[in-house]
Every structure is written in structure tokens, then in C-alpha cells.
Design a protein around this ligand. Structure first.
Ligand code: GRF
Length: 208
């Protein structure tokens, strides 16, 4: 059974999609062993607890500096002994030590077709604002492994979503979640659990 740790900061709809897919058997041979949030008000923590999943908050506000926060965060990660770490709307930059230790074992979901509308400062609603500003007709979501850059790691899965006339950042965000994110993230975890993802020369290969 693959031990999955999920890191969250907000509402947790991607976490919910993962939980539902595990409960329905769509994702097999994987279990969420812990959910960590950097924000104690995150609704994602409640979603986890409702499903009897260990849910903890490690907030930078409770530590004197970044170094102390990173040490506490890494401790909470390691304690859960994960095989795979999933960033599901996690808004904290990971300690480099963690990226090295779990290389090609940390998945992130980003709500655009990378390399469009990504990078430092491009997260949440801003991604969809930029897509609408640029006038793209197609956007989507990407699941990728995390490396030392921002949204630069090996791409695992992508799915396109059509932009509709009259879209606002909010309606586009919702459609990207419904049509792409909630499908891609569970699929990526299932593929990982079955050894179907390999990485070579900075690129991920998926065997279906
Ligand atoms: C999602 O759009 C995800 O792609 C992004 O942050 C959002 C998190 O939403 N990284 P939720 O907390 O899973 O509802």
C-alpha cells in the first residue's frame, strides 16, 4: 500500500477528489496517511478529519524563523513515512532538503497548461486572471513532479479545458477544477502507485 502524504493550504477540493477516488476504488493500492496544512483555518483539514485521516497544522506563524518552521515541517513529513507527497493547493515553498530527499516523489497540481501561466507569484485565481487577460482559448491543468524551481519539474499529466466567452477568473477556475484537476490528480496517484511513472533526463514518461 502506497503511503501518501497530502499538503494543503485551503479548501481542499483536490484532497477531496483524492479521498473519494480512494474510497470508490478508482485509485487503488494507496492510502492517505497524513494531511499537513500551513494554515489552521484550512477547510481541507476538516475534510481529512471527517474521513478519519490524521490531519495536522504546521504554521510558519508559530515559529521564530524560516529555519525553525522548515525543521518542524520536515519532522511532520518524515514522521508519516510517506512514499509519495502530493501538494494539493499548498502555498508554501518547500525546504530544498525535502525536495532532494523526495526527488520524483512529490507531485504538484497546477491549474494551467505549464509552461503557460506558471512560475513565481502565479497561483490560485491569478493563473486564471492571466489566462483571460491573454485571451487564450484553451487552458487546463498540469500534474508535475516538484524540483527546485517553481512549476519547472517533470510534467506527468496534462488536460486541456476550453475557455468560454463570458468566463470570469472564478468560473474558469471552477471549470478547470471540475474538468481537469479532480481527474488528473487521482489518476497521477494511481499511476504512481502502480509504478507507471518513470523520470529520465528531467522528463516523465507515463506507461498506461
Ligand atoms: C487548485 O486550483 C490547485 O490547482 C492550486 O490551488 C487550488 C487548490 O484548490 N494549486 P483546493 O484547495 O484543492 O480546493
Amino acid at each position: 500500500m502506497l503511503r501518501v502524504l497530502v499538503c494543503v493550504s485551503g479548501g481542499g477540493t483536490n484532497l477531496q477528489a483524492l479521498i473519494d477516488s480512494m474510497e470508490s476504488g478508482k485509485v487503488r493500492d494507496a492510502q492517505i496517511v497524513r494531511v499537513i496544512s500551513n494554515n489552521k483555518g484550512a477547510y481541507a483539514l476538516e475534510r481529512a478529519r471527517e474521513h478519519h485521516i490524521d490531519a495536522v497544522c504546521v504554521s510558519p506563524k508559530e515559529y521564530p524563523d524560516r529555519e525553525a518552521f522548515h525543521a518542524a515541517f520536515l519532522h511532520a513529513v518524515e514522521e508519516s513515512d510517506p512514499d509519495l507527497i502530493v501538494l494539493a493547493g499548498f502555498l508554501v515553498v518547500l525546504p530544498e532538503e525535502m525536495i532532494r530527499k523526495y526527488r520524483n516523489r512529490i507531485l504538484n497540481i497546477h491549474p494551467s497548461l505549464i509552461p503557460s501561466f506558471c512560475g513565481t507569484g502565479c497561483y490560485g485565481l491569478k493563473v486564471h486572471e492571466k489566462a483571460l487577460e491573454r485571451g487564450v482559448k484553451i487552458t487546463g491543468a498540469t500534474v508535475h513532479f516538484v524540483d527546485e524551481g517553481t512549476d519547472t519539474g517533470p510534467i506527468v499529466l496534462q488536460k486541456a479545458v476550453a475557455v468560454q466567452s463570458g468566463d470570469t477568473p472564478g468560473t474558469l477556475q471552477r471549470r478547470v477544477m471540475e474538468e481537469a484537476e479532480w481527474e488528473l490528480l487521482p489518476r497521477a496517484v494511481d499511476l504512481f502507485a502502480h509504478g507507471k511513472i518513470s523520470v529520465r533526463d528531467g522528463r516523465a514518461d507515463v506507461a498506461d
